[in-house]
Design a protein around this ligand. Structure first.
Ligand SMILES: NC(=O)c1ccc[n+]([C@@H]2O[C@H](COP(=O)([O-])OP(=O)(O)OC[C@H]3O[C@@H](n4cnc5c(N)ncnc54)[C@H](O)[C@@H]3O)[C@@H](O)[C@H]2O)c1
Ligand SMILES: O=c1ccn([C@@H]2O[C@H](COP(=O)(O)OP(=O)(O)O[C@H]3O[C@H](CO)[C@@H](O)[C@H](O)[C@H]3O)[C@@H](O)[C@H]2O)c(=O)[nH]1
Length: 435
């Protein structure tokens, strides 16, 4: 099938490359010329395991040619179905900011005015219930002079991939949710996903309406974020009682009703999704008069973890004028994404205390340098530790787990671990956040 994907960020690039790999012809539309050129050169614009290989195979020279990118919306006119993968950030009050989605929807509609055949538009972005049918569909229809359900089909297909494992997650989903306003659109969506469902060994396909599809995404993220916050709440209790929350979590996870995943306690959840999506669904609830106490509590626990982390550091060392190593800047391992990373409140706390911060991350340094040009960046964890009076572990990259004699080079070997990464050992003063 001929597909177009509007927005070529973490989700848009990943799904475009994967759909090309599944045999579709895909055009990525983005306003960023740099991203477009990178894809057309056969390179991935973001760091994601397996993505560079897929983009090289399907875009650019010596490729299958099934993937290309453009800044020109007109190029989507030759496609049957468009995925909207535009950002849905939060306003200052936490509510969803739909301005980019609306601008993209309007431009899409204006472009579709030139098309006579029916076109299908599927919202992939995370949007609060009602957005697809009440806001975006009418915008597209009006701008394109289309009749909804007739020459314009509208659907909603939430995305559950994680950064760091985006390609593998997309190609092997636990479920595919197809929300549509009408059967014709849903049938087209099923066609798009048929090769994926076959290759992924028939995962469950949930057929539903757009509102339910929108809410399934928020419910998923709210549950996972709350699960981590509960682990952190329990972990903070454990720490006060000299109990190792990781041992407790392992035992909890043996209960089939609980499961071990997402019980890793520590610095809490960051990233481009959990913080904004939790805030957006709380704001959407409040707009209808409901105060969502569970989700507010999950957020409160999460917001407190960086302060508890810095309090542990304060117990051992006054970092004023001292070199402090921060290991990990990305919001999680496997990505260069620093959106809402816990490294930011940690670095802020260190700068407030007068520390000389030296930071390391395998892939996220360039992104962080834009935000904190004033701190030092080390080429290796070992360089960061050299001469440091404390080491703060913020991201659980595998390469930090094997650090050993590198700690011997510290001026004062205090290690505060926010991610259960480093083993306790002779010669270092070790504090785990919840163990
Ligand atoms: N990042 C994830 O892991 C993830 C997972 C599931 C769902 N989501 C949701 O998917 C959506 C997209 O997230 P993302 O992380 O891929 O965003 P992103 O910021 O990485 O990418 C968005 C892209 O859209 C482009 N863009 C902005 N305005 C445009 C316009 N008018 N026309 C064309 N392109 C435009 C930007 O240049 C950028 O490349 C969000 O709603 C997010 O909540 C994200
Ligand atoms: O046990 C855990 C698991 C995760 N985290 C933290 O939680 C955050 C989010 O991690 P993860 O969920 O692995 O990454 P994301 O890429 O943010 O993926 C989430 O957000 C996406 C965007 O909505 C969804 O598609 C995914 O299903 C959902 O897992 C990170 O800061 C992790 O360090 C923990 O603290 N403890």
């Amino acid at each position: 099938m001929q597909l177009s994907v509007v927005g070529s960020g973490y989700v848009g690039t990943t799904i475009a490359a994967c759909f090309a790999d599944l045999g579709h012809d895909v055009v990525n539309v983005d306003i960023d010329q740099g991203i477009v050129d990178t894809i057309n050169d056969g390179e991935a614009p973001i760091h994601e395991d397996g993505l560079a290989e897929l983009v090289a195979e399907h875009a650019g020279p010596d490729s299958t040619g099934r993937l290309r990118a453009t800044t020109d919306y007109e190029e989507l006119l030759d496609t049957d179905l468009t995925f909207l993968c535009l950002p849905t950030p939060a306003n200052d009050d936490g509510s969803i900011d739909l301005s980019i989605m609306k601008a993209g929807a309007e431009q899409l509609g204006e472009t579709l005015a030139e098309k006579d055949d029916r076109h299908n538009v599927v919202v992939k972005s995370t949007v609060v219930p009602g957005t697809t049918e009440d806001t975006l569909a009418p915008l597209i229809a009006e701008a394109g002079d289309k009749r909804l359900g007739d020459d314009l089909g509208v659907g909603m297909n939430p995305e559950f991939l994680r950064e760091g494992s985006a390609v593998a997650d997309f190609l092997n989903p636990d479920k595919v949710v197809l929300g549509a306003a009408d059967d014709r659109t849903r049938d087209r969506m099923k066609e798009v996903f048929a090769p994926l469902v076959e290759r992924a060994d028939e995962p469950p396909v949930v057929e539903t309406a757009t509102r339910e599809a929108e809410m399934m995404k928020y419910a998923n993220n709210a549950f996972l974020a709350s699960k981590i916050s509960l682990a952190n709440d329990l972990g903070n209790i454990c720490k006060e009682h000299g109990v190792d929350m990781y041992e407790v979590a392992d035992a909890m996870g043996l209960d089939g009703r609980i499961q071990r995943a997402f019980l890793d306690s520590g610095l809490g959840w960051g990233g481009s999704c959990f913080p904004k999506d939790t805030a957006a669904i709380i704001a959407a609830a409040e707009a209808k008069g409901y105060d969502a106490p569970m989700l507010n509590a999950a957020t409160e626990v999460n917001d407190r973890q960086p302060q508890r982390f810095l309090d542990l550091l304060d117990r051992h060392v006054d970092v004023d004028g001292r070199r402090v190593a921060v290991l990990g800047l990305a919001f999680k391992p496997g990505t260069d994404d620093i959106r809402n990373t816990r490294a930011v409140p940690v670095i802020e706390g260190l700068l407030e205390r007068g520390a000389d911060v030296v930071a390391h991350d395998p892939v996220a340094i360039e992104n962080m340098r834009d935000r904190y040009p004033e701190i030092e960046y080390a080429d290796s964890a070992s360089d960061a530790l050299n001469g440091a009076s404390a080491c703060l572990v913020v991201t659980d990259w595998d390469q930090y787990e094997v650090l050993d004699e590198e700690f011997d080079e510290m001026a004062d070997p205090v290690v505060v671990d926010g991610r259960h990464c480093i083993d306790r050992r002779e010669g270092i003063t070790y504090e785990g956040l919840t163990w």
